[in-house]
Design a protein around this ligand. Structure first.
Ligand SMILES: Nc1ncnc2c1ncn2[C@@H]1O[C@H](COP(=O)(O)OP(=O)(O)OP(=O)(O)O)[C@@H](O)[C@H]1O
Ligand SMILES: [Mg+2]
Length: 251
């Protein structure tokens, strides 16, 4: 049996008395490619914020590689091997595409953004950065200002920035949101390729059910303030409760 890289135990979160979800428990196996789905406002991004340490849960444990990380600083969690790409991208628009990756590598190595001077970067780091840009299909745009990239490419760069942190677990929050249909499938192919080649465990949040059921090994449904269901795509797409609560006629 695969060992979990991440275990969520009885996690609860509310904002000013408004319960978002309670008692959410699940485990993510090492090497898994899985999805989290659920209606707008179900708390999917909040769940990622809790896992990455951006928010602190009211109750519950988050065990990452055998250690409870609740209360740890986000950057310390990154150092343990977790990275995320954001629903709204998190790049530096006034830096070039390459600089965004370089600065992330240096941050990972030095552990503190204050000491980072991208123009001091060594050739080795730059080579590594180019490698990452190649893997996300942006090598030819290395010297372009990030803010001038098309939306789809900014999302790719955000994935590249996350990869520069050399994660063992990568969380992707709506990686294809706002993309054209063609761009979506290109990005999905990219995610699958990265997953295949890099042996990273990946969990993504997504609203497009063709993508969710097309590529995930496991699907978890956040709904009604709890984890409504989890299982392989075939099981989830046939789950009556999930269809009533979220999928409707889509499947
Ligand atoms: N920092 C915060 N302070 C107060 N309320 C918040 C905060 N973050 C999220 N919320 C609220 O928590 C609820 C869940 O939000 P969240 O962004 O996690 O949903 P989501 O499932 O990611 O939705 P979507 O699919 O639209 O991205 C929403 O009602 C949101 O307004
Ligand atoms: Mg969200």
């Amino acid at each position: 049996m695969a060992t979990p890289i991440l275990s969520i135990e009885n996690l609860s979160k509310s904002f000013e008395g408004n319960q978002i979800f309670s008692n959410v428990s699940f485990s993510v196996d090492q090497g898994e490619l899985s999805a989290i789905i659920g209606p707008n406002g179900a708390g999917k991004t909040t769940l990622f914020n809790l896992i990455t340490g951006a928010l602190v849960p009211d109750e519950g444990k988050i065990i990452f590689q055998g250690r409870n990380i609740v209360g740890m600083e986000p950057f310390d969690i990154v150092r343990l091997g977790m990275a995320r790409a954001f629903q709204r991208t998190n790049i530096f628009p006034k830096m070039t595409v390459l600089e965004n990756i370089v600065i992330t590598i240096i941050t990972r190595l030095k552990g503190n953004l204050r000491f980072v001077k991208p123009w001091n970067s060594s050739r080795k780091i730059e080579r590594q950065a180019f490698g990452i840009l190649e893997s996300v299909g942006l090598a030819d745009k290395a010297h372009q200002l990030s803010g001038t990239l098309a939306h789809g490419n900014q999302k790719r760069l955000d994935i590249g920035v996350a990869l520069a942190l050399e994660p063992k677990l990568l969380l992707l929050d709506e990686p294809v949101a706002g993309m054209s249909p063609d761009e979506r499938w290109e990005t999905v192919e990219l995610i699958k390729e990265l997953w295949n080649e890099m042996s990273i465990t990946m969990v993504f949040i997504e609203h497009d059910m063709d993508i969710v059921f097309g590529i995930s090994q496991k699907v978890r449904v956040l709904c009604y303030k709890s984890l409504l269901a989890q299982g392989p795509p075939s099981e989830i797409s046939a789950n009556k409760q999930v269809i009533e609560a979220y999928l409707g006629e889509e499947v």
